[in-house]
Each structure stands twice: as structure tokens, then as C-alpha cells.
Write a protein that binds this ligand. Structure first.
Ligand code: DP6
Length: 397
């Protein structure tokens, strides 16, 4: 095939987000409309990000996508919806005379290359970062600006929150067409500079049921989930206040209670769904023992649809809490690097703290820890060296 030197290409990155008020359950599965609003913190892309390059060329015969180097089925309905909706929006803007929209290429097919800089084994919301990145990159390709979270939401619900940095709420909305079910930034990433996030990747034997299937089962069978939908509006207000006031005591307590309630609805689902394993439960106990020792909430846990823990804490507690974790979950000697991301320094633990957190050490229970902080939303990458599609590769395809 001929090389198209005029092919347009755009590269973007997008972040992972971790909810502190969880989204669980859809009222409309086609449009991905949730039964409750949710709220998340955007993690920094220096540690965790998706990168996506998109190219449009008159020589491409069909849309194609490669994820982490492997070609995936472009006919995936959620991918199709995102492609269709971004193109529809671009056409709409063209028809309304928006000069920004780069609509000459609207009839060209696109090639999409996407990679994550974190292992899929980390069990993190890779679909949220991936869909946010795809929608953002396509929008940049077509010169679209403005609200895009409504489209990202239709790729994966939680992806709409990855369209912004900092502290983000996904307002559930009331309209049937979903046009008011969008994400909104509550505070930017600079709002609470001391906040830190520790992702604990635990050893898990089995792959849990996907969040899409899990929440569908919960909506069908869990009476507790209906009750939860009534509780969340108030919890959202409390959480927003805690964030605005940088009140870690309230923020941490609400985060843990909401995670526990989400997992309680999983247990209330019939047949029950277990995302937490024995290691997750040990981490929960460890966090409570640590907080009890200081008679304050210094660290808080949250768990998504898997056994990995995400810990929120403040910068000044990171070194000591990680030391406590190393004491309780000694790293495997021949294992991979245990601490990744921002630096963590080793500190001595007092005997009284050690006796407060006493538990039988669980060697290798935690595979590794990623230390990160709150970060910005999707970014356009100007440096051509970061394109996932190079000129010579373009010629090959
Ligand atoms: C437990 O966004 O992955 O992480 O909309 O079906 O793609 P779909 O589900 P997804 O669900 C995320 C669920 C969660 C909680 C959260 O992120 O709010």
C-alpha cells in the first residue's frame, strides 16, 4: 500500500481513576446510565496511563485497533459506539459551521494504537483510561473541543470520570437520552497536594467476574443495591464537602464505608460475588489497626471489582504505613521490584505500633506497591517521538 505522508495523526494520554463513591448498577445498559452518581480521584499519569495514537488516511480500507500490540476486534459494540458518536459530533459541528472541526478527514478510516504503561495484571480500571484516551484522541483528530464525557461514558461508565483531572463526579442525570449523565470536575489536581495513593497489587489465583456482568447481576437480584441508591445522594454531598475542606478524617471514613457497602451489595447479589480475597481482608484489618493505634483516620482503603487495594493517605504517613505493610506482608525475596512510582523511604517502627498491628506475616501476599498522587486529565502529546505510529509503520499498514 502506498504511504500517505499527509495522513493525520494524533497521540494522547489519559489517566486511571479510582472511585471513592462507587458506580455499581445501570438503569440503561445500552446508553450506560447509572443508578447512582459516583465520585473519583484521578491518578497521576507519571505512574499510570493509557497512550493512544490515531491516524486517518484515505488509503485505509477499514477502521482497525491494536491494544498493547495485539490487533483487537474493531466490531466490539462499545468501540463502535465511541467511533460513531465522535464522528457524529464532528459532522454536527461541521454542519453548524464550526471552523475548528477537522472534518475533511471524516470520511477516512482510522487506525488506532493503544498501550497501557501498567500491567493488565494490576487489575486496574484499564478500560476507563483506555476509552477516555480513545475518545479524547479521536476528538483531537477531528478538532473537537468541549464536553466529551458523555461519549466516553458509552465506552465504559467509569471512563467518563477519566476525562478530567483532580476530583471528579459523574452526575447520574435524569434524562432518558443520557445527555445529562456526564462527568464534572469538583476540584483540580492542585487542590489537595498532600494526598497520596498507594496501589497494592495482591496475589490472586482467579480472575473475578467482570464489573459489567457483576453489576448486571446485582441490579437483578440485590435489594441492598436499591437501598444503596437512596443513600448515595447524601454521601456524594458529604464527600464533596470533605474534599473541598481537605478533611481527611471524613474523606477516609466515607471512602472505606462506601467500598464496604459496594462489596456488601456484591455479597447480597444472588449467587453472591466475591471480589475481596483473604489478602484484601488482611489489608482492611491492617488499615483499621493502624488508624486505631493513632485514634485517627490516617489511611483509607477502597477496592473495585477485584482483590487489589487502593490506599488513600497523606504524604506524611506514606513512609511509616508502607513500613507497616512490609512488616505484615514481607516482599518475596526473588519477586519483582516491590516499590514502584514516587519514592518511599524506610523508617523504623516503634514497638508499640508493631504490637498494635500484630498479625501473622503473610509473605508475598502483596506483589508490589505503586506510589502515586492526584493527577491531571487527558493530554495531547506534541512530541512526535511519542507517537505509537511511526512514518515507516504507516507505510507497512
Ligand atoms: C467497581 O466502568 O468498568 O470500578 O460501565 O460496565 O464498563 P462498565 O463498568 P465499569 O465499572 C466500574 C465499577 C467500579 C466502581 C467505579 O469505578 O465507580
Amino acid at each position: 500500500m502506498a504511504e500517505d505522508r499527509n495522513a493525520l495523526r494524533v497521540t494522547c494520554t489519559a489517566p486511571v481513576n479510582i472511585a471513592v463513591v462507587k458506580y455499581w448498577g445501570k438503569r440503561n445498559a445500552d446508553l450506560i446510565l447509572p443508578i447512582n452518581s459516583s465520585l473519583s480521584v484521578t491518578l497521576h499519569q507519571n505512574q499510570l496511563k493509557s497512550t493512544t495514537s490515531v491516524t486517518a488516511s484515505q488509503y485505509f480500507k477499514q477502521d482497525r485497533i491494536w491494544i498493547n500490540g495485539k490487533e483487537e476486534n474493531i466490531k466490539n459494540p462499545r468501540l463502535q459506539i465511541c467511533l460513531r458518536e465522535v464522528r457524529r459530533l464532528a459532522r454536527k459541528r461541521r454542519n453548524s459551521g464550526d471552523e475548528n472541526s477537522n472534518t475533511l478527514i471524516l470520511n477516512h478510516k482510522v487506525h488506532i494504537y493503544s498501550v497501557n504503561n501498567f500491567p493488565t495484571a494490576a487489575g486496574l480500571a484499564s478500560s476507563a483510561a483506555g476509552y477516555a484516551c480513545l475518545v479524547y484522541a479521536l476528538a483531537k483528530l477531528y478538532g473537537l473541543e468541549g464536553e466529551l464525557s458523555e461519549i466516553a461514558r458509552q465506552g465504559s461508565g467509569s471512563a467518563c470520570r477519566s476525562m478530567y483531572g483532580g476530583f471528579v463526579q459523574w452526575i447520574m442525570g435524569v434524562k432518558e437520552d443520557g445527555s445529562d449523565s456526564i462527568a464534572q470536575q469538583i476540584e483540580p489536581e492542585t487542590h489537595w497536594p498532600e494526598l497520596r495513593i498507594l496501589v497494592f497489587v495482591v496475589n490472586a489465583e482467579q480472575k473475578p467476574i467482570s464489573s459489567t456482568a457483576g453489576m448486571q447481576a446485582s441490579v437483578k437480584t440485590s435489594p441492598l443495591l436499591k437501598h444503596r441508591a437512596e443513600i448515595v445522594p447524601n454521601r456524594m454531598m458529604e464527600m464533596i464537602t470533605a474534599i473541598k475542606q481537605r478533611d481527611f478524617e471524613s474523606f477516609g471514613q466515607l471512602t472505606m464505608k462506601d467500598s464496604n457497602q459496594f462489596h456488601a451489595t456484591c455479597l447480597d447479589t444472588f449467587p453472591p460475588i466475591f471480589y475481596l480475597n483473604e489478602i484484601s481482608k488482611c489489608i482492611i484489618n491492617l488499615v483499621h489497626s493502624y488508624n486505631n493505634h493513632f485514634e485517627k483516620t490516617l489511611v483509607a482503603y477502597t477496592f473495585d471489582a477485584g482483590p487489589n487495594a487502593v490506599i488513600y493517605t497523606l504524604e506524611q504517613h506514606v513512609n511509616e504505613f508502607v513500613e507497616v505493610v512490609k512488616h505484615s506482608f514481607p516482599p518475596e525475596e526473588n519477586g519483582e521490584q516491590f516499590l514502584k512510582g514516587l519514592p518511599v523511604n524506610s523508617v523504623p517502627l516503634s514497638e508499640s505500633l508493631k504490637s498494635s498491628i500484630h498479625m501473622n506475616p503473610n509473605k508475598g501476599g502483596i506483589r508490589y506497591i505503586i506510589h502515586t498522587q492526584v493527577g491531571p486529565g487527558p493530554q495531547l502529546i506534541e512530541d512526535l517521538n511519542h507517537h505509537l505510529i511511526r512514518e515507516d509503520e504507516l507505510a507497512k499498514h
